[in-house]
Design a protein around this ligand. Structure first.
Ligand code: FE2
Length: 287
């Protein structure tokens, strides 16, 4: 992965571990003249890098809204998505900046890139700097949500589609969206009920990117979508991750929605994301 550095000490650690995967960190640290904690930290980073490489090799990487937003960013690699409130100059953005609006949109329940075809498959998010309070990420299981629907609602949503639009949440939050940005991401439709390829279970595919339900009035569809999202994100279906620097969390966007939690916008929060495209599902549903 470009954008994730590998220096000469990393290379020496890899050589040590290739010679003997069980070599104690104390011995590697002594040989390289660094602390055992530093070896441990570097090995952890190398493992994460390897995980990302393995997953990324299985599918093309998703650039998300970077395809339309022509803003300067901090990483050499387009595929490394900067989930932070930090400018390329290194300062925390003013709260009115569009990057902050984008971050706030991430605090609304969504499945990454459900506004495009292909949508996202796996997202991998790694924490670098976390605020002292808040800023957690919550995940809700859309398979459990489908299973718990009443028979009546299952009948209502079966064979229905919802339209997903990239700028729906941004416009709702007052962001100015250009015609160029709009044309880069025309709305797409996904069935409200999809089958998760991994488990074979049905999924209630909802989230903030949904604008309306095809075939229903705007009002009726939006109230239905709000009800379904409220149902899908009830506490019984939610896991909350409390970030520590160095954590890597990976999730499957085909069967979950997630959201960041509130934190002081003046506090620094830096995470990095890599996401793969769900090429197979898009091809299957287009067939
Ligand atoms: Fe996200």
């Amino acid at each position: 992965m470009r954008g994730i550095g590998l220096d000469s000490i990393d290379a020496k650690i890899i050589t040590h571990l290739q010679q003997d995967g069980r070599r104690p960190y104390t011995r590697i640290a002594k040989d390289l003249g660094i602390s055992e904690a530093s070896v441990r930290q570097r090995v952890s980073r190398l493992i994460k890098r390897k995980v990302i490489q393995i997953v990324a090799a299985s599918s093309p990487l998703d650039l998300g809204l970077k395809k339309a937003r022509r803003q300067p960013h901090r990483y050499a690699s387009d595929e490394l998505i900067d989930i932070s409130n930090v400018s390329p100059e290194g300062s925390v953005y003013e709260r009115s900046h569009s990057k902050i609006i984008s971050n706030l949109a991430n605090q609304l329940w969504h499945s990454d890139s459900s506004f495009q075809k292909p949508a996202a498959k796996y997202s991998m998010l790694s924490a670098v700097v976390v605020p002292e309070q808040g800023g957690q990420t919550e995940f809700a299981d859309l398979r459990a949500a489908y299973d718990a629907l009443s028979d009546g609602l299952k009948g209502e949503v079966e064979n229905r589609e919802a339209e997903h639009y990239a700028w729906h949440s941004r416009e709702w939050l007052g962001d100015a969206v250009s015609e160029e940005q709009k044309s880069a991401f025309p709305p797409v439709r996904w069935p409200l009920v999809r089958t998760h390829p991994g488990s074979g279970r049905k999924v209630l595919f909802v989230g903030i990117h949904c604008t309306h339900v095809v075939g229903l009035t705007l009002a009726e569809g939006r109230v239905l979508l709000a009800d379904l999202l409220e149902h899908a994100t009830q506490p019984a279906f939610v896991y909350r991750h409390e970030w520590r620097p160095g954590d890597l969390v990976m999730w499957d966007n085909r069967c979950t929605v997630h959201r960041g939690r509130r934190f002081d916008l003046a506090a620094r929060r830096e995470l990095r994301r890599v996401t793969t495209e769900d090429v197979a599902s898009a091809a299957q549903e287009a067939a």
